[in-house]
Write a protein that binds this ligand. Structure first.
Ligand code: TYM
Length: 339
């Protein structure tokens, strides 16, 4: 059975971009694959963060994922910092990662351009991502489009490490990125990728009222100044969202009424708000139940970390051995100490 790994930062509530781009795919994949899903708190500290809220955000993300359908009976759900082997493998992978490759990463270029002093963690971020995936020797990595470049780098790191230390048998499979039906959800500003840091999101567990308050001012077809101007659905982000939340008949009705200038943008938004609230209602209910039983989440995360750690330790024994480290006294090396 192919093994699946993916991660998400604990940057507050899950939003519909995360859900449509990745998490919905995770929920489907857990039916037929061995899956590990990780809340990547170590990644969340690379660009300045709020210490006081990190614990709460980590638990909220776990609640959001379970509410969205991640089933701890089928998938391993855990917190990255609970498995210290992620940091260890990252350090070891640094030895086969060219700095030039890291400097070419688009996300690094975008984020570092805004900073006066660049933390080394921002540059090494994709090495930690590679470590996350390779630690479990995962085959498939379901993500949104923005992570594909990092995955390509992870493949290169796996290849280099295998060539240098594989000794004829590759330890790491080259992980394949897997895109879902929604590769890149645009935010409510109608321009940038939906992203918590840009404040252009709709949360997965927002109330119907909050969804409406956010959709009401959302940017639509900029050429449509008044209700009487015929619109072009294909250039409107709200129409794109309809395609994800409304049934085909409604999508067709929206397009027709927009083109024919029969509906104004607010009419279209009202229908979208209703469809979105209806689609997300079961997730919101499950999240409320989970919030009322925090000990259930703690158990899920503790069990997840224990399972992940067993797998991680197995890989690390092999990695340390192949890289020539002396095993501590009393502990056998993975394949019996090599000469
Ligand atoms: P993160 O936390 O930014 O996002 C989690 C997942 O959601 C996807 N996503 C989107 N997809 C479509 N449209 C959007 N607007 C949108 N916003 C987010 C992301 O592509 C991602 O799949 N570095 C990663 C986390 C990570 C990881 C890993 C992923 C750490 N280690 C190992 C895979 C494998 C990140 O910051 O994702």
């Amino acid at each position: 059975m192919p093994r699946v790994f993916s991660g998400i930062q604990p940057s507050g509530d899950l939003h519909i971009g995360n859900w449509l781009g990745a998490v919905r795919n995770w929920v489907t994949m857990q039916e037929q694959h061995e899956c590990l899903f990780c809340i990547v708190d170590l990644h969340a500290i690379t660009g300045g963060y709020d210490v006081a809220s990190l614990r709460r955000r980590t638990l909220e993300m776990a609640a959001g994922l379970v509410a969205a359908g991640i089933d701890p009976e089928r998938a391993v759900l855990f917190v990255q910092s609970h498995v210290p082997e992620h940091s260890e493998l990252m350090w070891l992978l640094n030895s086969v990662t060219p700095v030039g490759d890291l400097e070419r990463m688009t996300q690094y270029k975008d984020k570092s351009a805004k900073l006066e002093s660049i933390p080394a963690g921002l540059l090494n971020y994709p090495v930690l991502m590679a470590a996350d995936i390779l630690l479990y020797r995962a085959d498939l990595v379901p993500v949104g489009e923005d992570q594909l470049q990092h995955l390509e780098l992870a493949r290169g790191i796996a290849r280099k490490w295998n060539a240098e230390f594989g000794g004829g048998t590759d330890l790491f499979p080259e992980p394949q990125g897997l895109l879902g039906a929604a590769r890149r959800i645009i935010g409510l500003d109608g321009q940038a990728k939906m992203s918590k840091s840009l404040g252009n999101t709709i949360g997965l567990v927002e109330s119907p009222e909050a969804i409406w308050e956010k959709l009401r001012p959302a940017v639509t077809d900029p050429a449509r100044k008044t209700k009487r101007d015929p619109g072009t659905p294909e250039v409107c982000n709200l129409y794109a969202l309809h395609r994800h939340f409304s049934p085909p008949a409604t999508v067709a009705e929206v397009a027709e009424n927009c083109r024919g200038a029969r509906w104004g943008c607010l009419d279209c938004k009202r229908v979208l708000a209703e469809r979105m609230a209806a689609t997300l209602a079961p997730i919101r209910e499950r999240a409320a139940d989970l919030a009322a039983a925090p000990e259930r989440l703690e158990t899920i995360l503790a069990d997840g970390a224990a399972t992940a750690r067993r797998m991680a330790q197995e890989t690390m024994r092999e990695v340390r051995d192949r890289m020539g480290f002396l095993a501590p006294t009393g502990q056998p090396a993975a394949r019996g100490a090599t000469a």
